[in-house]
Design a protein around this ligand. Structure first.
Ligand code: HXC
Length: 525
């Protein structure tokens, strides 16, 4: 058949064939318009791109292959039999590539029935979910929608159920990413909630199960959409979202960047990108990163940026529980997950929020065979009624559990404090870490010297306390007691941290761990 490009009919095309091809192109043009010029304009006026414009930005140029462009709703109730049938039915679906790697995508079209989910709309998403799982490739959902198509009732609810079930089946098998780029209410919030990462666009997106009007009716609270479920709320308070971006363009470009870090699936192994950063690069400035005063903070992100390839670090949940830092970097071009206590925030203490945040990240890395590098400077778990009443025991246990069940390579560097239970929890040798290094500034102990002596010598005079504190510091406030027992494999020079991590990770590439069969574990949720 002669190849037909838009508006360029081939000269040897007979007229009947030309008509057919033109009709196809006309139908396609109609479908591409979605809910029409007026609604597209309204979308743009709100600072939002259309579903198709978003896909173009997310995927490599000209790589999008669309499915089900002509699918229409089949509803007849509540005037739907007379309602306009817009091809595509409120969601654009298909696949393409991101830097050459296959990615499946669905993008809600707010210009068509507010992007709401009908039975046929759900079937389009389900098809993409099934294909992504079969091909073992990541799936990205772009959300901008008003929940269930109200006119369809239970048919829409059934559609959601099918989507949810597939989210769960794909969990831990392929990366699933959700980007919230407009309203996201009702049924639409639960699918993202079961994916691996949720990102939001600041000022134009919000997520809630029930909107401000229902909230007012039920609880008599008056809140705006932004106050109830805006990007600030979900990235800093609820921790539902993993990050937020200034606008649609930035969000989509950052999702491309994240995809470059992620394996295609749980057996593909981490991607390997060319790196111009030599693995044995030393950084002398790290020798003075830890201040002389052990109670003075320093920025652990400096160590992260000086350790990973080209300083390229993709942080997850940056605005939440800043006392622990989580994110992806690369060493020798291969992805690693970084978990690091942050002395700049609450002295790097582990509390419920930090434990939950890090536990989820550690589990993600383990599910997708991403090695984890842990940078430890932790004064312990945060004391207090607020923490205990809030379930610190259970939340702390999540992190302990997550690290303990890991089978991926674990490399741990203790830069300064590793006190009490937090020492054990933060990827210690005892719970399964493979290579454990400490800087000479490390202090591995049950607690700080002053607190320890005040307990042991309770009631002692000031002179005794001071003398014993000095003795305790000399004996325990170093990495050497742990190193003498083999809990620390080597005390390393800070400036050689990147080289030591790179060598450890290279050695650990063949790590293989057998676990006894079980249906699944019972992590303290
Ligand atoms: C059908 C919908 C719709 C929906 C919006 N529209 N939501 N059509 N079903 N759920 C249509 C509107 O009729 C309108 O059509 C167009 O989309 C744009 O909507 P507007 O209201 O004009 O836009 P805006 O002012 O920006 O408000 C957006 C909105 C609001 C906040 C999303 O539309 C809204 O509150 N919608 C209803 C949300 C909701 O309650 N959903 C059901 C949740 S229950 P026209 O033709 O004028 O362009 C649910 C249950 C599932 O999801 C639970 C599973 C676990």
């Amino acid at each position: 058949m002669p190849y037909f490009r838009r508006n360029v009919p081939l000269p040897d095309c007979d007229y009947a064939m030309k008509d057919i091809l033109e009709q196809l192109e006309t139908r396609r043009e109609g479908a591409r318009k979605g809910g029409g010029e007026r609604r597209i304009e309204a979308q743009h006026k709100r600072g939002k791109l259309t579903a198709r414009e978003r896909i173009v930005l997310l995927l490599d140029k000209d790589s999008f292959e669309e499915f089900d462009m002509f699918v229409q709703h089949r509803a007849v109730d509540f005037g739907m039999d007379k309602a306009e049938k817009i091809p595509g039915d409120g969601v654009v679906t298909g696949w393409g590539t991101v830097n050459g790697r296959t990615v499946f995508v669905f993008s809600k079209d707010f210009t068509v029935f507010g992007g709401s989910l009908s039975e046929t709309h759900a079937q389009k998403i389900i098809k993409i979910q099934d294909m992504a799982l079969k091909m073992r490739a990541p799936i990205v959902g772009l959300f901008d929608a008003g929940g269930a198509r109200i006119q369809e009732g239970v048919a829409a609810l059934g559609g959601y159920g099918e989507v949810f079930k597939r989210n769960v089946q794909a969990s831990g098998v392929i990366p699933q990413i959700s980007v919230i780029m407009g309203p996201c209410a009702g049924g639409d919030v639960y699918s993202p909630a079961m994916t691996d990462f949720i990102f939001m666009v600041r000022d134009t997106s919000y997520m809630f199960v029930t909107g401000p009007e229902v909230v007012k009716t039920v609880t008599n609270e008056t809140v705006t959409s932004e106050e109830l479920g805006g990007a600030k709320v979900h990235t800093s308070k609820s921790s539902v979202a993993d990050g937020s971006f200034e606008n649609d363009v930035e969000a989509l470009l950052q999702v491309r960047r994240l995809l470059d870090f992620l394996p295609a699936n749980n057996t593909a192994g981490v991607p390997e990108w060319p790196s111009f950063d030599v693995p044995d690069r030393v950084d002398m400035s790290l020798d003075t990163l830890v201040p002389d005063n052990p109670n003075k903070p320093y920025d652990i992100k400096e160590l992260i940026l000086k350790t990973v390839d080209e300083g390229d670090f993709f942080e997850i949940q940056q605005a939440y529980a800043g006392n622990i830092v989580t994110g992806f970097g690369r060493v020798e071009g291969r992805t690693v997950g970084i978990v690091a206590n942050q002395p700049m925030v609450l002295a790097g203490v582990l509390d419920s929020d930090a434990s939950r945040k890090a536990a989820r990240f550690v589990r993600y890395c383990d599910a997708f065979e991403i090695p984890i590098v842990s940078l430890v400077d932790v004064p312990g778990f945060l004391p207090g009624t607020a923490q205990e009443y809030g379930g610190l025991i259970k939340h702390g246990a999540k992190l302990l559990f997550a690290y303990s069940e890991c089978t991926v390579p674990l490399v741990t560097i203790i830069t300064r404090k590793a006190f009490g239970g937090a020492y054990d929890v933060m990827a210690s040798k005892h719970i399964g870490a493979d290579v454990n290094y400490a800087w000479p500034t490390a202090q591995i102990a049950v607690m700080g010297a002053k607190g320890a002596v005040e307990i042991i010598f309770r009631g002692g005079d000031a002179e005794t306390i001071a003398r014993q504190t000095k003795e305790y510091e000399d004996r325990f406030m170093s990495p050497f007691v742990a190193a003498e027992r083999g809990y620390i494999d080597e005390v390393i020079m800070p400036h050689s941290t990147r080289r030591r991590i790179a060598r450890a990770l290279a050695m650990l590439r063949t790590k293989s761990v057998e676990r006894p069969w079980r249906k699944h574990d019972n992590i303290p949720l």
